[in-house]
Design a protein around this ligand. Sequence first.
Ligand code: MN
Length: 242
Amino acid sequence: MIDLHCHIDLYPEPHLVAQECANRGIYVLSLTNTPSAWTGTSQIGSGKPRIRTAVGLHPQLAHERYRELPLLLQLLRETKYVGEVGIDGSPDLRQHVETQREVFAAILKGCAGAGGKVLSVHSRRAATEVLDLVAANPGAGKVVLHWYSGSARDLRRAVAMDCWFSVGPAMLSSDKGRALAAAMPPDRVLTESDGPFAQVNGRSVMPWDVGRAESELAEIWGVTHAAAAAQILTNFRVLVAD
Ligand code: MN
């Protein structure tokens, strides 16, 4: 199983979650919301080769943490994975969108300068702006839109721009989320938990709950669960290959 977007450091018992992932053989992209969390979060995955740590600066924190941007750019030497980054255009964050845009653009430029990275990108209520910045900063690498919730039109644009997508049980529990997932090319789809933030049935989604997303995708694609899981694993190998 693949969990391409997990905030493993934010579970109450991150080391137990990491150990359980290792026991189950799950590939996890462990994100950070601030560059200063890098050291502690990368330790959680140390000695567990299937857990990789990404350096990020979450758009919801960009206005408070933009001073950590130089640290993020420096940490690009340490990892080929970047996230969580992006733009959040929700009403309560609209006032900070210019700061978010500056931070995200600088990160995209840094990724391009470093030869390209794999990026897990947040685009809530800002899909158009995110795609505009990705288009304006070529060479940043492979962009994975996590929990995409924008318009069908922007989704077609993202596909044309060769973006990837990660979808999880929470997204796939809504009709809108399933319709968007159905419009994504199956060879560009990965699974994610977005735990512990994402919840299903009143509890945090765990990395091993991505099996439920595999089941939903199998139904959407009209294939068996095993075939869907195999497709996602193939996608993952293409995504992380150099
Ligand atoms: Mn997230």
